[in-house]
Design a protein around this ligand. Structure first.
Ligand code: AMP
Length: 219
């Protein structure tokens, strides 16, 4: 049983690490961004509400995302823990998560990991990121290229650049992160939950460091 929050700027590598940790520890990765993108693709009511915010790099309103998180985290899939990737992103969301944990009588979060990397590093990661729209595997044109150019190693799908990874939106998303999400570092530090992680360098090295800060054996 492990309840984790991965905190960090867009493009810092949270999703990639969450995916790997989830597979090894057999607990679900909950990415509000992935759920919202899927809803936009399917054209659901949630997707219609979220689309404009996502395209312009702004946050989807708290009440919408909190409702979505509540629905997901109270589902049986999450009864043995979860890795939250991209939620909470505001202090209001963090307070709502605390209330959800209290209401369900569960113990609180185990760790909140802050993925730290310099600004220019994050920009390079975001602009070079390519994603498989079918299975969500993430690549980078320089650091983690697919074996077959422009195709997913996992499912063979054609890779694409996320609409919000184009240069105009990237700066907006980083500004939103600084203003709305970075206060969560202090929020969780005060609660004794914060672990800091150097998120620069090779994917495998970051994964080893992540396991170490979580007190998990081996990589
Ligand atoms: P991500 O894949 O985590 O980078 O999320 C992509 C986009 O989805 C963000 O830029 C937001 O517009 C929206 N989003 C994802 N998670 C949240 C959240 N917790 N709160 C508000 N908006 C979110």
């Amino acid at each position: 049983m492990m309840r984790l929050v991965l905190l960090g700027a867009p493009g810092v590598g949270k999703g990639t690490q969450a995916r790997r940790l989830a597979a090894q520890e057999r607990i679900p990765q909950v990415s509000t961004g992935d759920i919202l993108r899927e809803s936009v693709k399917q054209g659901t009511a949630l997707g219609l509400q979220a689309k404009g915010f996502m395209e312009s790099g702004r946050l989807v309103p708290d009440d919408v995302v909190i409702g979505l998180a509540r629905e997901t985290l109270t589902s049986p899939d999450c009864s043995n823990g979860y890795i939250l990737d991209g939620f909470p992103r505001t202090v209001t969301q963090a307070e709502a998560l605390d209330r959800m944990l209290q209401e369900t009588g569960s113990a609180g979060l185990d760790h909140v990991v802050s993925f730290d990397a310099p600004h220019d590093h994050i920009i390079r990661r975001l602009l070079g990121r390519r994603t498989c729209p079918t299975c969500q595997t993430v690549y980078h044109i320089d650091h983690a290229p697919p074996t077959l150019k422009d195709h997913c190693d996992t499912c063979g799908g054609a890779l694409a650049q996320r609409a919000d990874d184009q240069s105009e939106t990237v700066e907006a998303r980083l500004a939103v992160f600084e203003r709305q999400t970075s206060p969560l570092v202090a929020y969780y530090q005060q609660r004794g939950l914060l672990r800091r992680l150097d998120a620069t360098g090779d994917i495998h090295d970051v994964y080893r460091r992540l396991r170490a800060v979580l007190g998990l054996a081996g990589a």
